[in-house]
Ligand binder design. Structure first.
Ligand code: ADQ
Length: 479
């Protein structure tokens, strides 16, 4: 691979002009909205601003007839190109193939993955539709950065239309072990589709290794020491590029008036109790039901008379059109009711279960107050909540992060209490250990984690991704 050129490299591209970002769902972000946008959107906006670019994807609107033409607009100095989708295509491409086939499979839940040929047909059809619409917008020197599992075949569809631009892909979710991946009838086609990109980025070295293992075992192609392989006439570079957060901005957030107000409200409500917090989308990959069972074990250990601990689980509704998510909601609500039924008293409610989202500023305030951040996914690409929890701590009195070994973030945040979320007793013990941890140890662990959160921040992620997209040169091009 061409040597990296250092941080300023993005300003002097070796290849290309505009950056074109493609993601399934695009929301036009105007002015102040940027401060409440998620870290990913903030990172992509920053990359787009620096390179002067265009963001293309689904508008969030559906039509019963054929979708109208692509709508373009500019906001905050960035161009947007949005397309609607037909209701039927959206159902089978997004709700079904993306969220009921790829999502569970890539998160190791083959028991929940459905393999339905007409869903796959819709997935390919929508990717072809996106490719046709995107091609009409592309200039020859544009660099195209495509995001996530909804769009794996987009490069292949663009290549079929004759597009020669440099194309990169980033997978936000895990890449599964080959033994699981091969259960999907279309595994080979989708893996070959990935090889139509110039660069494929994964969250962690583990995901990268799984992909390489698959390519070596099933496609019979080897990778060189720099991460290149050659498949069906194309060179592709596979790399781990861990995503991060806006570390410094998030560290300042708990001191904003809105965060202080929210923190104060919560502080008054918990009346001196130690707070454990969990924040996730309501998704079966996040291990929310298992987490509540571990909390129940902790309450049983502490006994009915101990009312020193309060747990707040914030679960934002997610994919509520998908049956597996409806079932999960019922399961979690039943457990929450059971816990409070057993352990509440006239002056004590152990669990606050909140089924809605909060602003990022409010979350930062809650994190700052919490003695334990409980981040226990059963499988997660990275998990930004873990990093946000660390960034929002008070350096003089930081809380403890209890983190699943199956979150990508566990590879970086070695100052956390690392747990196996399937081992409910171990998670309960980790909570107890965290609640009793001396200040010196908490500080030491937090400082180690905060250094990593700063090091692998969102800017580092997009800068490295851009560098690979612009500069990565396959072995034969060098000679
Ligand atoms: P997600 O699965 O959505 O992301 P995560 O990385 O934790 O998971 O990001 C969620 C974001 O939403 C965080 O910024 C968090 O603060 C916010 N959020 C979660 N619950 C919320 C709530 N109740 N109210 C308000 N905000 C809430 C996917 C992958 C991850 C990967 C990211 C980025 O599944 O593994 O880390 O993409 O690549």
């Amino acid at each position: 691979m061409t040597p990296a050129r250092g941080k300023g490299a993005a300003a002097q591209p070796a290849h290309g002009g505009r950056l074109v970002v493609v993601s399934n769902r695009v929301t036009v972000i105007r002015g102040k909205q940027a401060t409440q946008a998620g870290g990913l959107a903030v990172g992509l906006l920053a990359a787009l601003k620096e390179a002067g670019g265009l963001w293309f994807g689904w508008s969030g609107e559906t039509t019963t007839d054929a979708p109208g033409p692509v709508r373009t607009q500019t906001a905050g100095g960035i161009g947007y190109a949005l397309t609607d989708l037909s209701v039927d295509d959206l159902e089978d491409y997004y709700n079904n193939f993306a969220n009921r086939t790829l999502w569970p499979l890539f998160h190791y839940r083959i028991d929940l993955a459905t393999y339905e040929p007409h869903w796959y047909a819709a997935y390919r059809r929508v990717n072809r539709f996106f490719a046709e619409r995107l091609k009409a917008l592309l200039r020859p020197d544009d660099l195209v950065w495509i995001h996530d599992y909804h769009l794996i075949p987009l490069a292949a569809e663009l290549r079929r239309l004759g597009v020669q631009n440099r194309l990169a892909f980033f997978l936000h979710i895990p890449f599964p072990a080959p033994e699981l991946y091969v259960t999907m009838p279309w595994q080979r086609e989708l893996a070959l589709d990935l090889c139509q990109y110039d660069v494929v980025g994964f969250q962690t070295p583990t995901d990268l290794r799984q992909f390489k293992n698959y390519v070596e075992l099933e496609l019979g192609r080897r990778f060189d020491a720099d991460g290149w392989t050659h498949v069906e006439g194309r060179h592709v570079l596979a790399a781990a590029v861990p995503i991060g957060i806006e570390a410094e901005e998030f560290a300042q957030m708990p001191y904003l008036p809105e965060a202080q107000r929210q923190r104060q409200r919560l502080k008054e409500a918990i009346r001196g109790r130690r707070l454990i917090i969990g924040v996730d989308r309501l998704d079966y990959t996040k291990g929310i039901a298992e987490r509540l069972k571990s909390f129940l074990l902790l309450l049983e250990t502490l006994g009915h008379d101990d009312k020193s601990t309060s747990f707040m689980q914030i679960s934002a509704p997610s994919r509520s059109d998908v049956p597996e998510y409806v079932n999960l909601r019922v399961e979690v609500e039943t457990l929450a009711g059971h816990i409070n039924g057993r352990f509440s008293d006239s002056d004590y409610v152990p669990l606050r279960y909140i089924n809605r989202s909060f602003s990022r500023t409010a979350l930062a305030g809650f994190f700052h107050l919490s003695a334990i951040g409980l981040v226990t996914p059963l499988r997660d690409g990275m998990n930004l909540v873990a990093k946000e929890y660390v960034a929002a701590q008070n350096p003089d009195d930081p809380g403890v992060l209890v983190l699943s070994r199956f979150a990508g973030a566990a590879g970086e945040l070695d100052g956390a209490l690392i747990v196996n979320p399937y081992d409910l007793h171990q998670v309960a013990r980790a909570m107890q250990a965290g609640l009793g941890m001396p200040l010196d140890e908490r500080k030491d662990r937090w400082e180690r984690m905060m250094a990593k959160v700063r090091h692998f921040d969102i800017r580092g992620w997009w800068t490295k991704s851009m560098r690979l997209l612009r500069e990565a040169t396959p072995p034969q091009r060098e000679s």
